[in-house]
Design a protein around this ligand. Structure first.
Ligand SMILES: Nc1nc2c(c(=O)[nH]1)N[C@H]1C(S)=C(S)[C@@H](COP(=O)(O)OP(=O)(O)OC[C@H]3O[C@@H](n4cnc5c(=O)[nH]c(N)nc54)[C@H](O)[C@@H]3O)O[C@H]1N2
Ligand SMILES: Nc1nc2c(c(=O)[nH]1)N[C@H]1C(S)=C(S)[C@@H](COP(=O)(O)OP(=O)(O)OC[C@H]3O[C@@H](n4cnc5c(=O)[nH]c(N)nc54)[C@H](O)[C@@H]3O)O[C@H]1N2
Ligand SMILES: [Mo]
Length: 767
């Protein structure tokens, strides 16, 4: 393992070199260069990387280094050989790293788990469908099955899947969103009436200030850096809040800019970069509002105003109660919780005050805490006080993760569907869908653990590794009578099978999808509510792989027969699925005609038009108290040792649970993923040194031991009292019951931990 400070900008030649390296590793170089050129293009596929949008401008390449990794990883020429599963028992496979499992290549034959030999073996598609149908139809209640979705599924696959699940009779549709932006959806729905962001890419071209909270775009949304650097160069102020000094928020050299590449130049991204404590953002924003409210009061005396009175009057409710709670929040609590001084918060407030048009963006640093919903509502409050919602160049922008996670929700992947949507399904398809809410991800795990849910099906994703409390999640899976995985690559979830388990190999976003009527397109929705077509371009050896819609149709037909639709004929041409979507989901009229719009079509956002679909008909200025403490007192009481707050985050070389390699370039960490980043002074306070091996235990008031062993300490520039480790290696530490208020999202960014010297010297995790 090496640690070396990275001093270059994000992007630049390092990004190009890494892109080349991953091309070579893909075993498919020539084809994949062609693939990259088709990424996010009009007649190409939507990048399976992130959900950032793409401007409809000709003549540019539209992938980034990490998008290239995603494409190369999927469009690999490697196939798992049939002998692989004869050689290796599932028990043995579960001992291997996540990197090892996925790097075996693409799955290409349906597989069934034989518990006698502890091995997967090949079966036919029809056998697989029959096993699934028999199990599902043998359940006492449809609510004994869980149907998970990961956000890479296309709109067409997602719509068909939820239709099948609802026709089967349950709303048990946990999805990755439950672990991701759920808090954003919930908070915004209450505050502004829609659970989605209010801005589009055009707004970024007009904003005077962009405030980036809890997000690492250099790694996770690299194309956002392109947008931010354009904004910075035309003089917009970018203000970042992150406990860590993420390189991409500091400097960026655009690989698409010959000038920057050849001159070795780069663009400074953030004009101001604040480093609050983990979980401190609500206090930061509360402090900013406190400063601005005081300045506003003084200004009003002079006949001027800071707040947008007309907007507040006409469009909002709750302002008086909110300003009262702001006034009553002490600076002491604000400073202590945020980790920023009053002077710093005043500076942030001034940057806000001096801008006309302001966008707030955020991601997992905001959404994976206990008080995430309150934090997002606090951010919305500030924006509402200044009328920054529903005007151009301004608004709220949760930056979504998976490339179609937002679209999947739009298509009805939701364990708490709204009544209108269910009514629409009922009238269009002539069946009565279940009305009671289903399980989210954490509730699904609890139900499987308790033996109440007996079948798990996953449309993509890696449930066991992505979920909190890895040991319990794995146990939940093996408790099931049947687990079914629709997947491209082998992963941790597959090697924790239920009593019976089936793996169904599917095509990915990059593959050409042929059905009866010819080549198919699918659609996706980005973070800006733009829906556009995606068409695979890779014609490689697909073996027995089938498309996701075809697999869902096969399962549905075997389970339900031709009810409420003839599943198999529907998937002969995906226009048929889109016609059903057009009939059921608003914003999709004439869906098939709009497919050819270059750049896609905009679904609209009522809040952006200042129409508030809330109970009061107004934007709601929410009144929430700051949390008493980031680590609650009942947890503090569990130990005499010093407690640190741990966040689990992504390295530069991974896509969620998919580990592409062992280089976290911008953080300068190479060769090891079991690491614990801590402030140097904190390491000293534990009488340890940079590079020491430690065990980490998390605290939760139950009697379960949650511990990981043999992590290497890395001294890192971050607030004292905070720590960081990689997801998914640190997931055993996230207590299942530790979830966000109202969101139910695991609190992956604030886990109370205790750090002790490693009891045993660790074995290297990879070579
Ligand atoms: N290459 C690549 N791209 C991806 C992904 C990937 O794994 N790899 N994952 C995709 C998915 S599903 C998602 S959801 C997104 C995730 O995108 P991000 O949200 O950027 O992902 P994380 O690595 O979890 O980063 C969280 C960031 O927030 C900071 N942070 C943590 N806690 C706090 C806090 O309390 N306050 C503040 N202000 N900051 C905090 C961390 O230091 C870190 O910089 O990316 C998507 N895109
Ligand atoms: N501790 C901690 N835990 C977290 C997070 C965190 O920050 N910290 N982040 C959370 C977040 S934001 C998210 S979104 C979740 C992610 O959770 P998931 O979405 O469940 O996980 P992924 O790692 O994205 O799933 C990867 C797998 O998807 C399959 N796959 C890839 N492409 C396709 C495809 O096109 N079709 C199909 N059917 N399968 C495909 C492959 O088999 C691959 O192994 O994890 C969450 N878990
Ligand atoms: Mo996510």
């Amino acid at each position: 393992m090496t640690i070396k400070k990275y001093s270059g900008p994000a992007g630049g030649w390092g990004a190009l070199a890494s892109t080349a390296k991953h091309l070579i590793k893909s075993d498919n170089i020539a084809k994949n260069i062609k693939n990259l050129l088709k990424t996010n293009q009009d007649k190409g596929f939507d990048c399976p990387g992130c959900a950032w949008g793409e401007k409809d401008e000709p003549g540019r390449f539209r992938f980034c280094e990490n998008g290239a990794k995603a494409v190369n990883w999927e469009a690999t020429g490697k196939r798992i050989p049939a002998s692989f599963f004869e050689q290796h028992s599932v028990h043995w496979l579960d001992k291997q790293t996540d990197y090892f499992l996925e790097s075996q290549g693409r799955l290409h034959q349906p597989l069934s788990y034989d518990s006698n030999t502890d091995r997967y073996q090949t079966i036919s598609w029809q056998q697989a469908f029959d096993i699934i149908a028999t199990q599902l139809n043998g359940l006492q209640s449809p609510n004994e099955a869980e149907f998970y979705t990961s956000g890479r599924a296309s709109n067409e696959a997602a719509f068909l899947y939820q239709l099948f699940v609802r026709a089967f009779g349950t709303n048990n549709l946990p999805d990755c969103s439950n672990m991701c932006h759920e808090a954003s959806g919930f908070a915004l729905k209450q505050s502004i009436g829609v659970g989605k962001g209010t801005v589009t890419l055009n707004d970024f071209e007009q904003a005077d200030a962009i405030f980036v909270f809890g997000q690492n775009p250099g790694t996770n949304h690299p194309r956002m850096l392109d947008t931010l650097s354009h904004a910075a160069r035309r003089g917009a102020t970018i203000v970042s809040f992150n406990p860590l000094k993420e390189r991409g928020l500091e400097r960026f050299a655009n690989p698409q800019s010959p000038m920057e590449m050849l001159s070795g130049g780069s663009t400074q991204i953030s004009s101001q970069y604040f480093h609050p404590n983990l979980g401190g953002d609500m206090a930061v924003v509360r402090g900013m509002v406190k400063v601005l409210a005081e300045r506003h009061k003084k200004a009003v005396i002079d006949g001027k105003a800071l707040f947008d009175h007309d907007f507040i009057e006409q469009h909002t409710a709750g302002v008086a109660d909110y300003l009262e709670i702001v006034e009553n929040t002490s600076w002491q609590l604000i400073e202590q919780q945020s980790g920023l001084s009053k002077t710093e918060i005043e500076a942030a407030a001034s940057l806000y005050q001096n801008a006309e048009r302001i966008i707030f963006t955020w991601a997992m640093g905001i959404t994976q805490h206990k008080h995430s919903v309150a934090t997002i509502q606090e951010m919305a409050n500030l924006q509402l006080l200044f009328g920054q919602v529903g005007k151009s160049g301004a608004g709220l922008c949760p930056v979504r993760g998976h490339s179609n996670v937002q679209g999947d929700r739009t298509m009805g992947i939701n364990e708490k569907p709204d009544v209108k949507f269910l009514d629409k399904l009922a009238s269009r398809f002539n069946f009565e869908p279940a009305r009671e809410h289903g399980h989210n991800t954490v509730e699904a795990i609890a139900a499987m653990l308790a033996g109440e849910s007996k079948v798990f099906m996953g449309l993509g994703g890696n449930f066991v590794a992505a979920a909190p409390d890895s040991k319990l999640s794995a146990q939940a899976m093996s408790n099931c009578d049947l687990t079914v995985h629709i997947a491209t690559k082998l992963n941790r979830t597959h090697v924790n099978p239920g009593k019976q388990s089936i793996i169904l190999p599917c095509l990915g976003r990059t593959d050409i999808d042929y059905q009866h009527s010819g080549e198919q397109r699918v659609t996706v929705e980005d973070s800006f509510s733009m829906v556009h077509a995606s068409q695979g371009v890779v014609a490689s050896d697909i073996g027995e792989m089938r498309s996701e819609p075809a697999i869902i149709a096969g399962i549905a037909q075997a389970t339900l027969g031709s009810q409420p639709i003839d599943w198999l004929s529907t998937v002969e041409n995906y226009d048929n699925i889109r016609a059903l979507i057009a009939d059921t989901i608003s914003g999709f009229d004439n869906f098939n005609d709009k497919l050819d719009n270059p750049g896609g079509f905009y679904l609209g956002n009522s809040a952006a038009e200042r129409v508030w679909q809330t109970q009061s008909g107004k934007a709601q200025i929410a009144v929430n108290a700051l949390p008493e403490a980031i680590v609650p007192y009942d947890i503090r009481a569990l130990t005499d040792n010093r407690i640190f707050v741990l966040q689990t985050l992504r390295s530069h070389d991974q896509y969620n649970t998919t580990v592409y390699g062992y280089e976290d370039r911008y953080r300068g960490i190479t060769g090891e993923r079991k690491i614990l980043l801590m402030n140097e002074k904190d390491i000293e306070s534990l009488a340890m040194e940079n590079g020491d091996w430690v065990d980490v235990e998390s605290l939760w008031p139950d009697n379960v031991e949650r511990k990981v062993f043999g992590f290497k300490l890395v001294a890192y520039d971050m607030p004292q009292g905070n720590a960081a480790a990689y997801f998914p290696e640190a997931n055993p530490l996230v207590p299942l019951a530790s979830v966000g208020e109202h969101s139910g999202t695991p609190t992956s960014k604030s886990i109370a931990i205790v750090v002790t010297p490693a009891q045993n010297m660790p074995v290297a995790t990879h070579s």
